[in-house]
Design a protein around this ligand. Structure first.
Ligand SMILES: *Cc1c(COP(=O)(O)O)cnc(C)c1O
Length: 422
């Protein structure tokens, strides 16, 4: 079937993400979505295994959210937050402050996760500057971590997997350490901080699950050790919950499950239920207090043009309504149980090195790095949309996916991996 004109014309002009535009297989033409389905131009429907980069927790086109967006669009799509405030942003900040653990209670909005992390980093450095400390400018981050694609965030991603090598010499130097998964690595980090903490503003980590770095899990104790070390060395602790937030790990936030409250948290991705781009950096009272003074220069020096956009905040408020009215956390845990049962047998397949599940995240790790495009094409042939991250085949479906659709996803993963990992 020949592609429509918009596709052929657009492919001469659009620049797609993470993609060798010369050699990569052409993207699939999509016309609409519904529930857990992506509908292609040629009429095929794919069951979505990854919920559009982990955003569409309520499935696609949830009417409660799309109606809220339409109503807000008719009333007021956008007004700047410089000198003005509107009900959607105010209500969303109030609701997030009530929902988030501890005294994480000051919400700064932005339009993408990378920017929310940039703001968290800037906030941490300025926290010290406002107290007259000019030497705490670096960050302690972890191998396997991913925090975004902008320059400051690239510089705290995993040095091997991230873009460190390509941009070496351009990126800021930070301390990329081993996660303190056991007593030994905790002691090593403790010794490292004894020498270097006074150069660092904060520790930043993705709590419980390192997402884009390969869906690698760690336990609650690892985060408790980080909280203890941050307290011992007077460092701020930042949790990047852009992937883990809003039910993905089976708790509303990973920090809740771990019973550890960070000083700053970043959220994004599923915040609007996969409908519109919104992220936020949320600070504790302790952090906010360092900015709250009679000195104008102590103000937080940041302000994205579209921050707190009313349409986007309306979508997020409607998404929170759905979390209140539907038991998404129970659903995440049920999905996890079903994935553990259905994916477990993959462990005996040649080329599979690990199978793991946490909440609504199911992972089959391969011993070698497969040809991702070939694998993707075989998944599409099975009627599912699954896109491996390097050597990790994973499922992060909508938390509303039906049992039958989930079985089709796990069945396709088994079938494709049984026939070889390419
Ligand atoms: C996706 C992600 C980001 C970056 O978010 P963008 O909206 O893509 O800029 C940052 N941190 C984590 C943990 C993420 O998963």
């Amino acid at each position: 079937m020949s592609a429509p004109a918009w596709y052929d014309n657009g492919m001469r002009h659009i620049w797609l993400p993470y993609r060798q535009m010369k050699t990569a297989a052409p993207p699939l033409a999509v016309t609409k979505t519904h529930g857990s389905r992506i509908v292609l131009e040629d009429g095929r429907e794919l069951i979505d295994g990854i919920a559009s980069w982990w955003t569409a927790v309520h499935g696609y086109n949830p009417p409660h959210i799309t109606n809220a967006i339409a109503e807000q669009a008719a009333r007021m799509p956008h007004v700047m937050l410089g000198g003005l405030l509107h009900d959607q942003a105010a209500r969303l900040a109030t609701r997030l402050a009530a929902l988030l653990p501890g005294d994480l209670s000051r919400v700064f909005f932005s339009e993408s996760g990378s920017v929310a992390v940039e703001v968290a980093l800037k906030m941490a450095v300025q926290f010290w500057l406002n107290r007259g400390v000019r030497t705490r400018t670096k960050f302690v981050a972890f191998k396997g971590g991913y925090h975004g694609d902008t320059f400051a965030t690239m510089a705290i991603c995993d040095p091997e997997e991230g873009m460190h090598t390509l941009f070496a010499g351009v990126l800021a130097q930070n301390f990329i350490c081993e996660l303190p998964r056991d007593e030994e690595s905790a002691e090593a980090l403790d010794r490292f901080l004894a020498n270097h903490a006074d150069e660092a503003a904060a520790i930043i980590v993705e709590p419980l699950v390192q997402g884009a770095g390969g869906m690698v899990f760690h336990d609650e104790q690892t985060l408790q050790r980080l909280r203890a070390l941050a307290d011992k060395y007077d460092l701020l602790l930042i949790f990047d919950e852009i992937f883990t937030g809003f039910g993905r790990t089976g708790a509303m936030f990973a920090s809740e499950a771990a019973k550890v409250v960070p000083d700053i948290m970043t959220i994004g991705k599923a915040l609007t239920g996969g409908t519109l781009p919104l992220a936020a950096t949320v600070a504790s009272g302790k952090v906010f207090d360092a900015f709250f003074s009679d000195e104008p220069l102590h103000a937080l020096m940041h302000g994205p043009t579209y921050m707190g956009n009313a349409l986007v905040c309306a979508a997020a408020n409607a998404s929170l309504d759905l979390f209140e009215s539907q038991n998404r956390l129970l659903a995440a845990n049920d999905i996890g149980k079903a994935m553990a049962t259905a994916l477990g047998p993959c462990l005996s397949l040649p080329g599979v090195s690990d199978v793991r599940v946490r909440g609504g995240i199911g992972v089959v790790e391969l011993a070698g790095t497969p040809n991702r495009e070939a694998l993707c094409q075989r998944f599409v042939a099975e009627g599912v949309w699954v896109r491996p991250l390097r050597n990790v085949v994973y499922l992060t479906p909508a938390l509303t996916i039906s049992e039958g659709e989930l079985a089709a996803l796990t069945g396709a993963v088994r079938k494709v991996l049984e026939s070889g990992t390419v």
